[in-house]
Design a protein around this ligand. Structure first.
Ligand SMILES: N[C@@H](CCC(=O)NCCCC(=O)O)C(=O)O
Length: 250
């Protein structure tokens, strides 16, 4: 039996003189090590992509994080800080893909930027600088530190009792998570169910109501996934949903 195929939309990065379609190793590796699925990196080609053809062959979609921000115009705002990285090619690829995948019931797992993209794709908005919102904490990483410091547990999140995440984590009420983001959920889109919140009240995880499996988290479960039991539960559940989709009777 073939492994389920998981689409991993790329970012568009400039490396030297050339633009690249790129996806970080840790996300692609987590699809294999955590979900036991086969990753397929999708170039950020936007409307040039045949999304239906991609979803015809896909058993899941995983949206990665990225230092770039979802363009604020996509949720009706002006860009607050133009010096921060953007990736319009990725936006033009992921937002239509998210809507199409959810419409078809393709399992979806979204991480960090991906978490923000799903909210925007479904009509929600973002804080462009969480740390400048009165009463909110600074959720950014210390960029000058080593990666194992940047991705270390930074704060706790309280799980929604009776929610999908609480069930997946067998009734745990809170977990410690890493935190590498300057933006965050402001208005939650219709049809989303909060699954976890940070100590300052920021939404840190949600699921899509009525979806068989659509889970989005602001933190990074892909980081050293195999050595983190909580992350392994999330990726295993995603992989199981992809296997069920692969074996569905059309
Ligand atoms: N740019 C957005 C999303 C942040 C994000 O995805 N961080 C991860 C970057 C590195 C990695 O991919 O692990 C924001 O700042 O909120």
């Amino acid at each position: 039996m073939r492994h389920p195929i998981v689409l991993v939309p790329s970012c568009s990065h400039q490396i030297g003189l050339h633009p690249y379609y790129a996806a970080q190793h840790k996300y692609v590796d987590a699809v294999v090590k955590g979900a036991a699925c086969t990753p397929v990196i999708v170039p950020a080609l936007g409307e040039a992509l045949d999304i239906d053809a991609l979803l015809d062959m896909a058993d899941g979609v995983m949206l990665t994080g990225s230092p770039s921000n979802v363009h604020a115009s996509l949720y009706g705002q002006d860009v607050r800080d133009p010096s921060l990285p953007q990736d319009r090619a990725r936006d033009a690829t992921t937002l239509p893909l998210i809507r199409a995948a959810l419409k078809r019931g393709v399992p979806l797992m979204a991480i960090c930027r991906g978490f923000q993209e799903v909210n925007v794709a479904l009509g929600g908005t973002l804080h462009q600088a969480v740390h400048d919102v009165p009463g909110m904490n600074d959720h950014r990483e210390s960029k000058g530190e080593a990666l194992d410091v940047q991705y270390a547990a930074a704060h706790k999140v309280v799980l929604q009792a009776g929610g999908m995440l609480a069930r997946l984590l067998q009734g745990q009420s809170e977990i410690n998570v890493n935190s590498l983001h300057g933006q965050g959920i402001d208005e939650l889109a219709p049809g989303l169910q909060i699954e976890a919140v940070a100590e300052d009240g920021l939404v840190e995880a949600y699921s899509v109501i009525d979806a068989r499996f659509a889970l989005a988290v602001q933190w990074h479960p892909e980081w050293q996934v195999a050595s983190n039991p909580v992350s392994m539960r999330l990726f295993t559940a995603f992989g199981d949903a992809c296997r069920a989709h692969r074996d569905r009777i059309p």
